[in-house]
Design a protein around this ligand. Structure first.
Ligand SMILES: [Zn+2]
Length: 495
């Protein structure tokens, strides 16, 4: 593809991020916000019809969907669904825990916080909400996020209900799981201020880190979704949904710019539409772009006044912004910027902070959590299975002198393979339990005895060191070996 001139093409790009929250309850009921591990207890069948909104306008996307004449089956689960998900009971109060996270994110993104919250209904036409709408409440607006090439405006930070998850789809039926419906989501929308594909990736990455800094961002596949709005001069707004990887964002935008500019140069009209991000940076048509008259008030929930003192107290207990944290790691622990950044980006900062209490060298902890994990992942270890407890155990053993530094990664690798294993028996089974100084001395004496000829050479400790390490590698550190070797060689000289 020819090099695209972003300035000339006039790229306008905005980003929308949806992140599931790891709260105790769903957004408008006390059900557990998780996908069920159980079989559904019942299935309810419904149909939806598109009707004119209060402004007399029929949403074109609604029409598009209604034409399909689809029947929807909703599966209910024992712990994750109640009458609220089935739309047989009004919503309960707004989840205060989720609201707190939403407000903190809005404050972190420099937003104006409203005096009063208004829960709204947003039309949903694919049956993924039993009500036919999604409840949404704006927690902040008119903020911004800093990027390397200037500020990008944040139009709003909102709390939303997650939709149902598709279980199966036939020609005229769709089966949905109600367990996912109502899980709290944070929605962050930017203004179309992004002017280069790389800046879009930077904004997505930064918003992701701000979300994770709250400690309430749910992890795992499908828990965060990025959508992009892309247009060029003379083109039209195209929404691209379903990015699996942030690094695909720039290439996907470039491809969309090329697609729109190709249509324009052929004298064709670019249609506003929703397209799906494919794994190779291309996109495919999903549906026409929904119309804009989609929001109306949720009459079941009265406006929620926000106490300014409460909002102020949230502003004083914000999570550390990632730039601050990276700076602090460099200053307080002498980490280089790359490693400090990697710790924060890979969500390892909290684990790092916890491990500092083991009094291990911060540089060693940081290297283990970054390049160390990369290394054992390359060797095929499922490192995503390692939890804080595994790292705590491994570093506690190092602190107690039970293992040497060299044994840290082999131990973590084994714990990743066998997350339920007992570290005590693992180090014994692997033969990486540290040698005591006494044990080392016995080994050193034995090796000196077997290699007396080496003592005649200049600097015999160098040759002997290699022989000792061959037997003790990973169970003792080199400095201790050298110290004991020198002591024993000296004793021999005196004999
Ligand atoms: Zn419920």
């Amino acid at each position: 593809m020819a090099e695209l001139d972003f300035k000339k093409l006039g790229l306008k790009c905005g980003l929308e991020i949806h992140q599931q929250l790891d709260t105790q309850h769903k957004l408008f009921c006390s059900c557990r916000p998780q996908l069920s591990k159980h079989k559904p207890v019942m299935t309810v069948t419904r149909k939806i019809r598109a009707v004119a909104g209060e402004l007399g306008e029929v949403d074109i996307a609604a029409v598009h969907e209604a034409l399909k004449d689809v029947e929807f089956h909703y599966q209910a689960y024992p712990e994750e669904t109640c009458l609220v998900e089935l739309d047989e009971e009004p919503p309960h109060d707004l989840n205060a825990e989720a609201l707190e996270v939403g407000l903190k994110i809005a404050i972190l993104l420099n937003c104006e916080i409203p005096d009063e919250l208004h829960v709204m209904r947003k039309t949903v036409v694919d049956g993924s909400n039993t009500t036919g709408f999604q409840r949404t409440v704006v927690a902040g607006m008119n903020g911004y996020v800093e990027t390397l090439s200037g500020k990008v405006g944040i139009s709003s930070v909102a709390l939303e209900e997650e939709s149902c998850q598709i279980i199966s789809k036939g020609r005229h039926t769709v089966t949905y799981g109600l367990d996912r419906l109502g899980i709290p989501l944070i929605e962050i929308g930017t203004h179309p201020d992004i002017t280069t594909p790389e800046q879009a990736r930077e904004v997505a990455e930064k918003l992701g880190m701000i979300l994770r800094s709250t400690g309430k961002a749910r992890r795992g596949i499908g828990t965060i979704r990025q959508d992009l709005n892309v247009s060029i001069k003379g083109g039209a707004r195209v929404e691209i949904k379903g990015f699996q990887e942030l690094k695909l964002i720039p290439r996907t935008i470039e491809n969309e710019m090329a697609r729109q500019s190709g249509l324009i140069s052929k004298g064709q009209k670019v249609a506003g539409e929703v397209r799906k991000a494919e794994g190779d940076g291309s996109t495919s048509f999903l549906r026409p772009l929904p119309g804009s008259a989609r929001l109306y008030p949720e009459t079941d929930i009265p406006p929620i006044p926000l106490d300014p003192a409460y909002v102020k107290s949230l502003g004083e207990s914000l999570p550390e912004a990632w730039e601050e944290k990276i700076g602090r790691y460099q200053k307080d622990y002498g980490l280089n910027k790359d490693i400090a950044t990697q710790l924060v980006k890979t969500n390892m900062a909290e684990t790092f902070d916890g491990l500092l209490k083991t009094r291990a060298d911060p540089g060693l902890i940081a290297a283990t959590l970054t390049s160390g994990l990369t290394q054992i992942r390359r060797e095929g270890a499922p490192v995503e299975r390692l939890g804080k407890r595994h790292f705590q155990d491994a570093f506690a053993m190092l602190a107690d002198g039970r293992i040497a530094r060299e044994a840290l990664l082999p131990l973590l690798k084994e714990l990743a393979e066998n997350p339920g294993g007992k570290p005590d028996s693992i180090i014994r089974k692997m033969g990486i339990e540290s040698l005591s100084v006494d044990g080392l001395r016995i080994l050193v004496k034995k090796i000196i005895e077997e290699n007396r000829a080496l003592l005649e050479r200049p600097n015999p400790e160098k040759a002997l060191m290699g022989l000792v390490m061959k037997e003790a590698r990973g169970r003792v550190n080199g400095e201790t070996v050298m110290k004991v070797l020198k002591e024993e060689i000296e004793k021999h000289g005196k004999n």
